[in-house]
Ligand binder design. Structure first.
Ligand code: ADP
Length: 243
């Protein structure tokens, strides 16, 4: 479904991704773990070319883009197949929850407004925010804002949703409501790649855990194997530090 091949990304002289290969099956929930600065967010942003790798290939379904010289059209096509949920929600402050969810449908997908409104209301209901459709972001808690961010991604009906530390900006008491929404949509079989520090979430919801360090994938496997029987010393060290 998604195949990243030999993804290489440097910022100046710093090599941040050193030839990453990663495949994700349809319906799979893959969690990326690793120390701060290991390249997790950069890798996620390479999937939709928000970061442009110097080398490598990104394939979603049967659509393949070579990262060296992607055309604008390639980038657009890739973006339409993906949706991203950001750490800081990235909502439009002057638009209501409903308008935030509708925006991508009306502007990018050129969906008629009435249809976009209906679909957006349905996904707002799915994330438990039907009653807040007309609220502005400033009138919502962080957890509610992030649920709008998730609704916005879901509404686009993407082939994969990319979650970039979706709960790390939240007060601890608001993390649970966001994780339970993500858990619910994971169960519906939507393909997801999730960068997170929430170990219990990774353990419970993911099909596969990928552990990164210093721009390489050190180890990957089923969550029960990675958490209970990590093979690599770097994985063991990381898990000892955070659990
Ligand atoms: P992680 O998500 O694992 O914490 P990141 O992918 O955010 O790691 O960052 C990996 C490394 O790349 C870090 O050293 C970070 O400082 C660097 N980096 C990330 N984005 C940029 C950027 N836009 N410009 C320069 N360096 C960056």
């Amino acid at each position: 479904m998604i195949r990243l091949t030999n993804i290489q990304k440097s910022f100046g002289k710093q090599a941040v991704l050193k030839g990453i290969d990663l495949s994700v099956e349809k319906g799979e929930v893959v969690v990326i773990l690793g120390p701060s600065g290991s390249g997790k967010t950069t890798l996620l942003r390479c999937v939709n070319l928000l970061e442009r790798p110097q080398d490598g290939e990104v394939a979603i379904g049967d659509f393949t883009v070579s990262c060296k010289h992607p055309s604008k059209r390639d980038i657009l096509t890739l973006r339409r197949k993906t949706a991203m949920v950001f750490q800081h929600y990235n909502l439009f402050k002057h638009k209501t929850a409903l308008e935030n969810v509708m925006e991508g449908l009306v502007i990018a997908q050129k969906m008629p407004k009435e249809e976009a409104r209906e679909r957006s209301l349905r996904v707002l209901e799915k994330v438990g925010l039907a009653a807040k459709a007309d609220a502005y972001p400033s009138q919502l808690s962080g957890g509610q804002q992030q649920r709008v961010g998730i609704a916005r991604a879901l509404a686009l009906n993407p082939e994969v949703i990319l979650f970039d530390e979706p709960t790390s900006a939240l007060d601890p008491e608001l993390v649970g409501e966001v994780l339970s929404v993500i858990r619910k949509i994971a169960r519906e079989g939507i393909t997801m790649i999730v960068v997170t520090h929430e170990m219990s979430f990774a353990r419970e919801v993911s099909n596969r855990v990928v552990f990164m360090d210093e721009g390489v994938i050190v180890e990957e496997g089923k969550p029960e194997d990675i958490f209970s029987r990590p093979q690599e010393e770097r994985t063991k060290q990381f898990l000892r530090r955070i659990t």
